[in-house]
Design a protein around this ligand. Structure first.
Ligand SMILES: Cc1ncc(COP(=O)(O)O)c(C=O)c1O
Ligand SMILES: N[C@@H](CCOP(=O)(O)O)C(=O)O
Length: 470
C-alpha cells in the first residue's frame, strides 16, 4: 500500500514511512493511494471475531508489507489487551433505534486510546529497525495528550512534547498528562486555544531548523490524527458496531461528536471499504465550522468559544482536508491552492464537487449548552446511562436526524463521563466516579511548563530538550 499527500507534491510513502512522517513534507495529509475494498461476503466473514482479530483484518491492507501478519496480530493483541472491557468497544441500546458505542474503556478513558495504544507500539516496532530517535510534538484539547503520553511514556528512542491550552482542559484531563513524570514526557501549557497549538505543531514540521525532513536537527513525529495510522485504527470500531447490528445485510448510521474530523473521517474510510453506512452525522458544539461547511459550503474559522465539551473546542479541523481532497477529485495541486487561501484568510468556500461528494454520506448538526444538557438527561432517564458532554452532543444530533426508523443510529461515546464531572453533575445531578484503574490521580505530583504560545518559544523549548536525529 502506498500513500499520497493531499497537496500533491510530497513523495509517496509506504505505511512505515507515513507512520513515522506524520505530516507530509508539502504540508498535506497522507491518504492511501486507493481505498482497499472488501466484498459483501468478506465483510460477512468478519462477524463474531474478537476485537483484536477484527482489527488485524481491517488494518492488514493498509499496513501492506510494513509488518508481517504475525507482527500485526501481536501488536493488535497487545494494544487491545489493555482495555478494561472484554468487547473493547461495547455497544449498548437506548431504544429501538438509538445505540451507544462505548469507546472509553482504554487506559485514559477516551476513544483516543483505541488508536494511540496501537500507534505507540507501531512507533516502537518501526524505530527498532534503525537508530532514529523520534521527537513527537502534539497538540491536545485534553484527550489526545493523555492517551498519547500513556502510549509512549518511558519508551526508548521517543520524546513527547504535548501542548495544551492553559485552563481549557478539565482537571482530570490535565492531571492524566501532567502526573506522568517519565523523563521523555514534556507537558506544556500555552496561552491560546487548541487551534493555536495545532498551528505550531504543523509549522514545526515545515521548519528547516527543526524538522529533519527539511534539513533540520530533529525527526519530528505526530500523534494527532494528522498521522494516518491514528485513523486506520479508528476504522475498526465502525466495522465492529455495524457487524453486531446486522451488516453487511443491514445499513447502519453513526452520529459522531466532532472536532478535528478524525473520528468521523474514519467512518468515511469504513464506507469506502464497503461497510454499508447509511449516514455519518457530524455533531459539533457551538464551534460549528464543520456544521456550516457541510450545510452551506462555508468553511470559515471564527474565534474558539470555550464550552463544557472542551475537547471539541476546535475551529480549524485538520482532517477535513482529507475529505475535501477525496470528494473533490483527488487533485493535489488544487487542494494545495485551496488550503493556501484558507491559511491566509481563515475562510474558504467548498467547491460544488466537494459539497456534492460530502452530501452523499454526511449530514450535520450543532448543539448548544442546553441541547447538550438535555441529551445527558434523556440518556439518564431513558436508559439510566450517564454520558459525557461530547457524547451528549452526538446523541442530540442522532435523535434530531431523519434517518429512517428501521436503520439503527449509533452514537459514538467518546469519553468517560468522569472526565467531565462538573458538567455532568450540572446537567444530571449525578457526579460520576473515576474508574479504579486511573488510581490516585488527584494525589499525584504534577509537572508541566507554561509558555506564551508563540511558535518561537515552543520551538526553542523543544530544541533545548530533544535528541538530534536525521
Ligand atoms: C471526547 C472527545 N470527543 C470528540 C472529539 C472529536 O474528535 P475528532 O477530533 O476526531 O473529530 C474529541 C477530540 O478530538 C474528544 O476528545
Ligand atoms: N480533541 C482532541 C484534539 C486533537 O485531535 P486529534 O484527534 O487530531 O489528536 C484532543 O482531545 O486532544
Amino acid at each position: 500500500m502506498h500513500y499520497i499527500s493531499t497537496r500533491g507534491s510530497a513523495p509517496s510513502l509506504d505505511f512505515e514511512g507515513v507512520t513515522l512522517a506524520g505530516l507530509a513534507s508539502d504540508g498535506g495529509l497522507y491518504v492511501p493511494q486507493e481505498w482497499p475494498r472488501f466484498t459483501e461476503a468478506e465483510i460477512a466473514g468478519l462477524a463474531g471475531l474478537p476485537y483484536a482479530e477484527l482489527a488485524a483484518k481491517i488494518m492488514s491492507p493498509f499496513v501492506g508489507n510494513s509488518l508481517t501478519p504475525d507482527e500485526l496480530h501481536e501488536l493488535c493483541a497487545t494494544a487491545y489487551g489493555r482495555f478494561a472491557h472484554a468487547a473493547v468497544t461495547p455497544l449498548k441500546q437506548f431504544d429501538e433505534q438509538q445505540w451507544l458505542l462505548e469507546l472509553f474503556h482504554g487506559p485514559t478513558l477516551a476513544f483516543k486510546d483505541v488508536a494511540l495504544q496501537m500507534l505507540g507500539l507501531l512507533f516502537e516496532t518501526f524505530l527498532s529497525r534503525s537508530d532514529a530517535h523520534l521527537t513527537i510534538v502534539g497538540a491536545t484539547s485534553g484527550d489526545t495528550g493523555s492517551a498519547a503520553i500513556d502510549a509512549v511514556a518511558g519508551r526508548d528512542k521517543i520524546d513527547i512534547f504535548m501542548l495544551h491550552p492553559k485552563g481549557r482542559v478539565s482537571d482530570v484531563q490535565r492531571r492524566q498528562m501532567t502526573t506522568v513524570l517519565a523523563p521523555n514526557v514534556h507537558n506544556i501549557a500555552i496561552d491560546g486555544s487548541f487551534d493555536d497549538a495545532q498551528a505550531s505543531v504543523k509549522r514545526m514540521f515545515n521548519d528547516s531548523d527543526m524538522a529533519s525532513s527539511k534539513g533540520g536537527r530533529f525527526r519530528i513525529g505526530a500523534v494527532n490524527s494528522i498521522n494516518w495510522a491514528r485513523l486506520m485504527a479508528q476504522v475498526v470500531y465502525y466495522f465492529a458496531a455495524a457487524l453486531q447490528l446486522g451488516a453487511p445485510q443491514r445499513k447502519v448510521a453513526f452520529s459522531v461528536p466532532t472536532g478535528n474530523f478524525g473520528d468521523v473521517f474514519a467512518g468515511y474510510v469504513a464506507a469506502q471499504m464497503g461497510l454499508p453506512i447509511e449516514r455519518l452525522i457530524v455533531a459539533t458544539n457551538v464551534n460549528d465550522i464543520l456544521h456550516r461547511a457541510l450545510a452551506d459550503g462555508d468553511y470559515s474559522a471564527g474565534t474558539v468559544t470555550p464550552t463544557a465539551a472542551p475537547s471539541m473546542d476546535i475551529q480549524v479541523s485538520s482532517n477535513f482536508e482529507r475529505l475535501l481532497f477525496d470528494c473533490g477529485g483527488r487533485d493535489g495541486r488544487a487542494m494545495a491552492e485551496q488550503m493556501r487561501s484558507f491559511e491566509a484568510d481563515k475562510a474558504m468556500q467548498l467547491t460544488n464537487a466537494q459539497r456534492t461528494g460530502a452530501a452523499g454520506l454526511f449530514t450535520s448538526a450543532r448543539a448548544d449548552a442546553d441541547d447538550m444538557a438535555m441529551a445527558m438527561r434523556w440518556a439518564n432517564d431513558a436508559a439510566g446511562e450517564i454520558i459525557d458532554p461530547h457524547t451528549a452532543i452526538g446523541l442530540f444530533a442522532a435523535r434530531q436526524s431523519d434517518v429512517s426508523a428501521d436503520i439503527p443510529v449509533v452514537t459514538l461515546a467518546t469519553a468517560h463521563p468522569a472526565k467531565f464531572v462538573d458538567a455532568v453533575e450540572r446537567a444530571t445531578g449525578t457526579r460520576p466516579s473515576l474508574p479504579t484503574r486511573v488510581g490516585d490521580l488527584f494525589a499525584r505530583e504534577e509537572r508541566y511548563d507554561e509558555l506564551a504560545g508563540d511558535y518561537e518559544s515552543i520551538a526553542s523549548y523543544v530544541a533545548e530538550r530533544a535528541t538530534e536525529s536525521r
